[in-house]
Design a protein around this ligand. Sequence first.
Ligand code: CP
Ligand code: NVA
Length: 334
Amino acid sequence: MASAASNPAGAQVLPAALQPLRGQDLLSSGDLSAEQTAALLELAAGLKAGRCRIDLGGKVLGLIFSKASTRTRVSFTVAMARLGGQTLDLNPQVSQVGRGEPVADTARVLSRYVDALAIRTFGQDELADYAHWASIPVINALTDLEHPCQALADYLTLAEAFATTTPGELNLQNLKGLTLTYLGDGNNVAHSLMLCGALLGVHVRIGCPQGYEPDGAVLARSQQLAAAQGSSVTVLHEPVAAVRGAHALYTDVWASMGQEEEKAERERAFAGWCLEEELIAEADSRAIVLHCLPAYRGLEISAGAMEGPSSRIFDQAENRLHAQQALLAALLGG
Ligand code: CP
Ligand code: NVA
């Protein structure tokens, strides 16, 4: 169990697997090793159960969000408060970023004031640019390519359903060999689920219409990571085949932020891909239903699937808080 223990001086120390993460960035789910991913989930479960406590001693996290957010913004803010730190809202609308100040200048200046940055933006290249110029950890709070903080919370939720021994203790060996099916657009959420699931030994199936497959490079990397864990990442184009026997059914919006103009075209392309009760019946009888939210009932998910007995969607949303507390503790030092 990766709970924080006390060293002889009484200060909290993080599990050994997490210590190399101190001062690092998290730009992609693939930045973490299999051990680090597992240790973060274990620490998150311990924090959630109140079995360990981390004090960041007043550290400050800056939030630069160029896209809307409810869960990510609030969960990072509350996570920092619970860790004895605080957050600063540095949105482009209220800073010089919105008036075109270069990333190279912004990142170097902010590195003199705050201890980490969580950035939500469009291009992964812009995030990488921040990480290049900043001397503090940079966290991907969603880009068009990935959503790694979401994936940590998602697999914590899957582990709670299938791999919890006593409350707050996960046996992540029990995750190995489970199947998570993601139905819908091969987008940022799908990409992080593929990479993170591969590291945990989960079989990840992406079910999508032709033309909406995940990025080829992310697919190849996740398949390589999965092979090392004895699992697999596959892409299917038929919804029933994709969900058959799965232990988790996951979906996300068909048109992500920045794709608003494609909404009508995507609704036509995704007809028949709604996650609804008939599909849940094809999955494992214990299967859980997940959605990163926000959700559009009647499009990618039915109201019945969202509110039904298999849904863990609101536990999943809560787990953003616990997973990000564990991540912040690891990057900023417990
Ligand atoms: N799931 C998620 O990232 O939600 P927000 O867009 O509200 O942050
Ligand atoms: N794929 C969605 C996720 C929102 C949390 C988007 O990028 O808009």
